[in-house]
Design a binder for this molecule. Structure first.
Ligand code: GTP
Ligand code: SPV
Ligand code: MN
Length: 589
């Protein structure tokens, strides 16, 4: 045992009594212990050690083919009152849910080991950090949590002997039965129960379950925010760094933007980009009244397909050592990994993500699952911010929302003010991706990219955003919307995206510093086309004009869609937002 905290000990005892593991192993975070677990997982083939010369410390893992993404229809928010979970979350009465799941956990770890994982979300000792304990029967989970969080006995030291302020996570793979898969949150009990899955977002309970669903609920009650946002810093040639956070739905470009490589025109002028986080931000007003952000995570659980030296050099570099690959193709010639979009040279002698022999030159099947992932330590990232471990976080100048929209949304626009920005975020829509099970490419509303991750009533969440704006006053970050995904008539992306997105970020920062004018449109402030720097790009000013075009007919349809979407929130929709909708309609005529 690594702690004398009675709340922890009592809860672990109860869960041991329920799950009945053969043994209980407390994870201290030492390399010796982790190496022992790696050896065991290798022995049982749970993990496949990769070529240790080319990929030192790297492993491959395949999950069950029916268990490769988050399962939103099996994810629950269990609050005592149904209305507190809101219309978007699946809800069940906590008593009923405990009663249903308890028999499923009863004896589930017989013949298995229970690992007790203490971890901190956020730098240990940070005033913004929080402690969690995850109980799991999966070594894969332990090894991933080691990368994704600050894991081990130091996390307990931070909790102290008497505190009860830790999140209780219970995970069992059970039989990986999709019919009995449940990802359940009890925000009022600081508790998460996950069963019958072995896939990342469902089982690394520090990530979406704690750092977004539980934390968003805590943030509302404690005056801070937990958001599905990347955090990056842009350093100008004078050495000043400005920070931006951005919320895009799953598989819509957060990791890519967070690690972008500046285009030549900025690089040679001396600009640099620093990554603070690629998925989650915890934000709180600091002593100077500005909004400060930490990345509660310690690694990246990134989408593998499409990652290559050109699209995301820094992410690729991050995966070259001490990384766990999940559901990518296994190149049997040199015991390395491959995924669609890595290069144009797929291996012929390989095993695909399902575990079947695969010839990448001949097969029409995919070698890697579209939601295959790498789990890479943040320290590996060549552009990791020197502020990454700063316990106070970094001050945010601009917040960005964005999604995949083939037509409606322009390349970039700025909200008129904070409340209008909350309106813009609350009405975000995006085409669905492979990050969750279900249809791909369907446009759905995904407010602040939090639709699958908000741990309470979405209307109350909007109200919390409005309140935070009131608290921050004129120190509040400016709010923008971007869309990298507009397509032409043939369905090709018009904007080059990736590193070139920095051109848009530069306009955003110039706006924050009142260095550039804007054009007022019905939906917000837009750049003058000539204010987007296209030096070195093979697109012209007319293309930029097209990317910024606001089609009023499409936007009238959009407003009607928003109205319909808003109806479900009833009187929990803040009046500020219904007023914003009214004003948008008036501006559209
Ligand atoms: P989660 O980890 O699921 O939250 O995803 P994410 O938001 O971090 O998405 P990520 O950066 O991994 O990008 C997902 C997919 O979008 C990849 O296939 C990228 O290649 C693609 N993508 C990212 N940025 C751009 C861009 O600027 N333009 C285009 N066209 N595609 C992009
Ligand atoms: C996402 O889906 O937004 C992810 C991956 O970041 S998961 O951890 O599965 O949620
Ligand atoms: Mn994500």
């Amino acid at each position: 045992m690594l702690t004398n905290n009675q709340n922890v000990l009592k809860w672990v005892d109860e869960m041991v009594a329920l799950c009945k593991p053969d043994q209980v192993v407390w994870i201290d975070g030492s390399e010796a212990q982790l190496n022992e677990l790696r050896a065991q997982a290798t022995e049982t083939k749970e993990m496949i050690p990769l070529n240790q010369e080319k990929l030192p410390g790297c492993y491959l893992h395949r999950t069950d083919p029916t268990d490769v993404a988050r399962v939103e229809d099996r994810t629950f928010i269990c609050t005592r009152k149904e209305e507190d979970a809101g219309p978007i979350n699946n809800w069940c009465d906590p008593k009923e849910m405990y009663a249903k799941l308890t028999p499923m956990y009863d004896g589930v770890m017989k013949g298995r080991t229970m690992y007790v994982i203490p971890y901190s979300m956020g730098p240990i000792g940070s005033p913004l950090a929080k402690v969690g304990v995850e109980l799991t029967d999966s070594i894969y989970v332990v090894l991933n949590m080691d990368i994704m969080t600050r894991m081990g006995k130091d996390a307990f030291e931070n909790l102290g002997e008497t505190s009860n302020d830790f999140v209780r996570g219970l995970h069992s793979k059970a039989d990986i039965d999709p019919e009995k898969r449940y990802i359940v949150h009890f925000p009022e009990d600081n508790t998460i129960w996950s069963i019958n899955s072995g896939y990342g977002g469902n089982v690394l309970l520090g990530k979406k379950c704690f750092a977004l669903r539980i934390a968003s609920y805590q943030g509302k009650n404690e005056g801070w925010m937990a958001e599905h946002m990347l955090i990056l810093g842009i350093e100008n040639p004078q050495g000043e760094v400005k920070y931006i956070s951005a919320a895009f739905p799953s598989a819509c470009g957060k990791t890519n933007l967070a690690m972008l490589i500046p285009p030549e025109v900025y690089k040679k002028a001396g600009y640099k980009v620093w990554t603070v986080g690629d998925d989650i931000a915890w934000l709180k007003p600091g002593e100077d009244g500005r909004l400060y952000a930490i990345n509660p995570e310690n690694g990246f659980f990134g989408v593998a397909p499409g990652t290559n030296a050109k699209s995301n050099f820094n992410a690729l570099e991050s995966t070259k050592k001490n990384t766990i690959f999940t559901n990518v193709a296994h190149n049997m010639d040199d015991n390395t990994v491959w995924w669609e979009g890595l290069d144009k040279n797929p291996p012929e002698n390989a095993i695909d993500w399902k575990g079947n022999p695969w010839n990448g030159k001949e097969s029409t099947e995919k070698g890697a699952h579209p939601n295959s992932r790498f789990t890479a330590p943040a320290v590996n990232c060549p552009c990791i911010s020197p502020e990454f471990n700063n316990p106070q976080g970094v001050p945010i100048s601009a917040m960005i929302f964005g999604g995949r929209r083939a037509k409606t949304a322009p390349l970039v626009y700025q909200s008129f003010d904070w409340n209008h920005g909350v309106f813009v975020g609350s009405t975000m829509a995006s085409e669905t991706t492979a990050a969750a099970t279900g249809a791909v490419g369907v446009v759905r509303r995904d407010p602040m990219a939090m639709r699958p991750f908000c741990g309470y009533h979405m209307g109350d969440y909007f109200a919390h955003w409005i309140e935070m704006g009131e608290k921050l006053g004129d120190k509040a970050p400016k709010i923008f919307n971007v869309n990298w995904f507009r397509t032409d008539d043939e369905g090709h992306f018009i904007w080059p995206g990736f590193g070139d997105n920095m051109r848009v970020l530069m306009w955003i920062l110039d706006r924050c510093e009142n260095k550039v004018d804007a054009v007022e449109t019905p939906i917000g402030y837009e750049p003058k086309p000539e204010d987007i720097n296209i030096e070195g790009l093979d697109i012209d000013l007319d293309t930029v004009k097209g990317l910024l075009d606001v089609d009023k007919d499409l936007w009238r349809e959009e407003a009607a869609g928003i109205e319909e979407f808003y109806q479900q929130f009833g009187d929990r929709l803040p009046e500020e937002l219904s007023n914003q909708l009214k004003a948008l309609k008036e501006r559209l005529g």
